[in-house]
Design a protein around this ligand. Structure first.
Ligand SMILES: *Cc1c(COP(=O)(O)O)cnc(C)c1O
Length: 457
């Protein structure tokens, strides 16, 4: 018999607070209907993000106690460096306090007006760090990637034809690097195939453009390759990950995802002169190159997490538990991105609430209702997160309106997830009562974190 259960037992628990409907109604009001602004204590099941929310293992906690806090050359740095090198094979390993710090350093050096960066889909912080320098971020996702109802194995793939047109049009000197995000977080946590990574590598080589990987969920992506791509069934996840990185010139990573840590990240690259520039900037913004904005203990937790994340019993449980929630929802008719991705279920708000137009933020409406009805916190990934305005002030919406229910790693049990499914299904069954929202305050950049909303009548 094949055993797919949690490959761990629970040594330490943290209570979660139950709230009443009235208390949640009040909390939403105080937060101006932005669930980012609700105190976490008032959330029952927190599916806002899988970032930094993993349960660490006893060995990771042991690493925390072992941390060497020396300013320069700490033993913990070398443990960290070895762990990252083992997986990525990169020559230079630069620790950062999280993924966006690696992006900030990289794009501060390579970005600027007149520069263009292609990606399958830029994550929000990646796009923000590029645009902040005056450069342009362009997405070249395969067409099937933005069709939630179509089942396909690798919906995170780069559209190779359009990438090549881009290379010809924008010219090599204006393209400092090409990036691919595995898995494609903003596009539904969908994986990228090894063949696609090889094809991107080939195009990058042909046009002499460096190839970088946004590797936040490299292990989940590698597991999907093992399960779905011909020729990889007998390779280990570690070997698959190593092959992926062998095609790259550099890597950015948030250790808050597939390193099972609560904080951390890194920039890894092969180019000596770029590495010197990055380290110099790191010293200004993050810290000395052997700790880069982290404590020695954090470096230990990341190093141990990178060992644990490629464990195939863990990955099997991980991918299956996300799929389990997906199955429950699709069986009840709830429209989601299919098949489920690696770290989250993405509700397709366009089909969930077809009576609410994009200008009235259908995803936000669902997010508020999930909190109100069940104390569940998800996040809108649609017109709130990615909406832009044209010169006449009209909203330009992204192609999909989604609500992400991200599953923290090793945190919730099957009965927690059963409860989540019940609440989502109930909200779906009463979907006709949902109303749209308008934005009453927004910041000029990354507005979803701080925006205020009011419910339309
Ligand atoms: C989380 C994430 C980042 C940014 O990492 P942080 O640690 O949150 O700064 C970048 N890219 C992707 C795909 C991510 O999921």
């Amino acid at each position: 018999m094949k055993t797919i259960i949690e490959p761990f037992k629970i040594k330490s628990v943290e209570p979660i607070k139950f709230t009443t409907f009235e208390e949640r109604k009040k909390a939403l009001e105080v937060a101006s209907n932005n669930t980012f602004l609700i105190p976490a204590e008032d959330v029952l099941i927190d599916l806002l993000t899988d970032s930094g929310t993993s349960a660490m293992s006893s060995l990771q906690w042991a690493g925390i106690m072992k941390g060497d806090e020396s300013y320069a050359g700490a033993r913990s740095f070398f443990t960290f460096e070895n762990a990252v090198k083992k997986i990525t094979g990169m020559k230079h390993i630069i620790p950062t306090h999280q993924g966006r710090a690696a992006e900030k350093i990289l794009f501060s050096i390579l970005g600027g007006p007149g520069k263009y960066f292609p990606n399958n889909t830029h994550f929000d912080t990646t796009r923000a760090n590029i645009e902040f320098t005056g450069a342009v971020a362009e997405d070249y996702l395969v067409e099937v990637g933005s069709r939630p109802e179509v089942k396909a194995d690798f919906k995170g793939n780069m559209d190779i034809e359009r990438l090549e047109e881009f290379m010809v049009k924008r010219k090599r000197e204006n393209i400092p690097l090409c990036m691919i995000t595995i898995t494609n977080n903003s596009g539904g946590g969908q994986p990228v195939s090894m063949q696609n990574i090889r094809d991107v590598r080939e195009i990058c080589t042909k046009y002499s453009v460096p190839f970088f990987i946004d590797a936040c969920r490299f292990a989940e992506n590698s597991y999907f390759i093992k399960k779905r791509e011909k020729g990889f069934e007998n390779k280990s996840v570690l070997e698959i990950a190593q092959e992926i990185f062998s095609y790259a010139d550099g890597v950015t990573m948030s250790a808050k995802k597939d390193a099972l840590a609560n904080i951390g990240g890194f920039l890894a690259l092969n180019d000596d002169s770029l590495a010197i520039k990055c380290r110099n900037l790191l010293i200004v913004t993050e810290g000395f190159p052997t700790y880069g904005g982290l404590a020695g203990r954090d470096l230990e937790a990341v190093a141990q997490g990178l060992e644990e994340i490629v464990d195939e019993n863990y990955l099997e449980y991980r991918i299956r538990s996300v799929e389990y929630l997906g199955d429950k929802l699709t069986n009840a008719g709830v429209p989601i991105i299919e098949p489920p991705g690696g770290h989250a279920i993405y509700i397709d708000a366009k089909r969930f609430t077809p009576h609410i137009p994009s200008e009235q933020y259908p995803g936000q409406s669902i997010v508020c209702e999930l909190y109100l009805q069940g104390g569940i916190r998800g996040v809108e990934i649609g017109s709130v997160m990615f909406g832009k305005y044209n010169i006449d002030g009209k909203l330009i919406s992204p192609s999909m309106e989604l609500v992400r229910l991200a599953i923290p790693r090793r945190v919730y049990t099957q009965s927690h997830i059963d409860f989540v499914a019940e609440v989502v299904i109930e909200v779906y069954n009463n979907r006709h009562n949902l109303k749209g929202y308008e934005i009453t305050y927004e910041a000029p950049i990354l507005r979803h974190f701080t925006a205020k909303f009011s419910k339309l009548k």
